[in-house]
Design a protein around this ligand. Structure first.
Ligand code: GLV
Ligand code: MN
Ligand code: MN
Length: 348
C-alpha cells in the first residue's frame, strides 16, 4: 500500500493472483502482483506523493478449484460468493466451506458481504500476461483488454450397458464411452464454428468398468465453453444439449447434463481503457484492443467499480503449462504503462 495525501479520496487498487494451475507456469497472475508492487516501489522511490491511496491486492484462488469455482478472493471481496457456492463438494464430497474452514477462514464471513464499492476504491487495474499468441503474432507490445469471456461448464453422464466386449455384436451394444467420444467431437466442432472469441474444450472423460474386455457401461465427461458473446454462449448450450442427446440416443445410451455457470462475459471500463491507451502512447509503446479468452478477477471487480486490464505478450502464446514465458522487457513495458496509468488517474 502507498498512503495517499487525501484521506477522503477513494483508493486505486492494483493486483492479480499468485496461485496457478497444477503443472502451470511462473507468470500467470504473478506478473500482475509483482508488477503492482513494483509500480508502488517506482512511485515511492520517484518521490511521488499520490493523492489517492494505492492498494495492492493478491486474490486467493483465482484458478478453478476442485469445487468448480474460479476467483474465490474477488468473489468474496465483491459479495458474489453465496452459501450455495460454499456447499459445492469436491470429488471426495468435502464442501468448499469446510475446505475454507480447514485453512482457518470463517466461511460465514466470506459470503454475501461486499467489501468493495466506489466510495472505497475508484478503479481497479490488473496487469497480466496475454496467455495466447495474438500480441506476439501482431508484434504489438501492449494489449488493452476490451472484454473477458463468460464461461459455462458441462458435466455429462452417459449411461449405457456393460456387455462382453468379444461376444456382443457392434450393432447391439450400448457403449457409454462411444457416446462420450461423440460428445467430445461435437464440443470441439462447436468451438471451431464459433464466432468471435468463442471456444469449447473437453478436459476430462472417465469410463467404467475400465476393463479391456467389457463394453463401458457408464462415462462422465467434463467440458467448458467460453465467449465474450452471451447470446452465442446461450445458443451454444442449447445446440450442444440437443446434439449430445441425439448422438447418445442413436447408440442406445442415456445422458444427463449438468451445467455449471462460472461467470458472465464482462466488458471492461471504456474510460479506463482510454487512460491506458494514453499511457502506452506517452511511452511510445504500440498497443491493440484485445478480448480475453482467460477469465480474471477483474470480471468480478468490474461489476462493482470501474476495472481494466493491461496485457503483455506471451512467448509462443503458451500458458497453463511449464513453458509459460513472458520476456522481462515486455513485463517492464507493462509496469511502465501501469505506473503511468496510475499517475494519470491520480491527477483526475
Ligand atoms: C483462468 O486462468 C481461466 O481462464 O480459467
Ligand atoms: Mn491469471
Ligand atoms: Mn490461469
Amino acid at each position: 500500500m502507498l498512503q495517499g495525501e487525501d484521506p477522503t479520496a477513494p483508493a486505486l487498487m492494483l493486483g492479480s493472483h499468485t496461485d496457478t494451475v497444477r503443472s502451470g507456469g511462473n507468470f500467470d497472475g504473478v506478473v500482475g502482483v509483482l508488477g503492482a508492487i513494483e509500480t508502488v516501489r517506482l512511485l515511492r522511490d520517484g518521490g511521488q506523493k499520490p493523492r489517492h491511496t494505492i492498494l495492492v491486492v493478491d486474490f486467493l484462488g483465482e484458478e478453478s478449484n476442485d469445487h468448480g469455482l474460479t476467483c474465490l478472493g474477488s468473489r468474496c471481496m465483491t459479495g458474489e460468493l453465496t452459501a450455495a457456492d460454499l456447499d459445492r463438494p469436491d470429488g471426495e464430497g468435502v464442501t468448499l466451506g469446510d475446505q475454507c474452514a480447514r485453512t482457518g477462514l470463517d466461511p460465514s464471513a466470506m459470503i454475501s458481504q461486499s467489501w468493495l464499492g466506489p466510495d472505497e476504491v475508484s478503479a481497479y487495474l490488473e496487469l497480466h500476461i496475454e496467455q495466447g499468441p495474438v500480441l506476439e503474432q501482431r508484434g504489438v507490445e501492449v494489449g488493452v483488454v476490451t472484454a473477458i469471456v463468460g464461461i459455462e461448464r458441462l458435466i455429462a453422464r452417459f449411461l449405457g450397458r456393460a456387455d462382453h466386449a468379444g461376444t456382443m455384436p457392434m450393432s447391439d451394444r450400448r457403449d457409454a464411452l462411444a457416446a462420450a467420444a461423440e460428445a467430445v467431437l461435437a464440443i470441439r466442432q462447436l468451438g471451431c464454428d464459433a464466432q468471435g472469441a468463442g471456444v469449447a474444450t473437453t478436459s476430462r472423460v472417465t469410463a467404467v468398468p475400465g476393463s479391456p474386455n467389457v463394453v463401458p457401461s457408464a462415462a462422465r465427461l467434463e467440458a467448458e465453453m467460453r465467449s465474450t458473446d452471451p447470446v452465442w454462449l446461450d445458443a451454444a448450450r442449447a445446440v450442444l444439449a440437443q446434439e449430445v442427446a441425439a448422438k447418445a440416443g442413436a447408440l442406445g445410451v442415456g445422458v444427463e447434463l449438468d451445467w455449471i455457470h462460472d461467470n458472465q462475459a464482462q466488458k471492461l471500463d471504456d474510460s479506463l481503457q482510454s487512460v491506458i491507451i494514453g499511457a502506452a502512447e506517452s511511452r511510445g509503446l504500440s498497443w491493440a484492443p484485445i478480448p480475453s479468452g482467460a477469465t480474471h478477477d477483474a470480471v468480478h471487480v468490474a461489476r462493482k467499480i470501474p476495472a481494466a486490464m493491461i496485457f503483455v505478450p506471451s512467448v509462443d502464446g503458451r500458458s497453463h503449462c511449464p513453458e509459460e514465458m513472458t520476456k522481462l522487457s515486455d513485463i517492464a513495458n507493462g509496469i511502465d504503462v501501469l505506473a503511468n496509468t496510475i499517475l494519470a488517474l491520480d491527477r483526475r
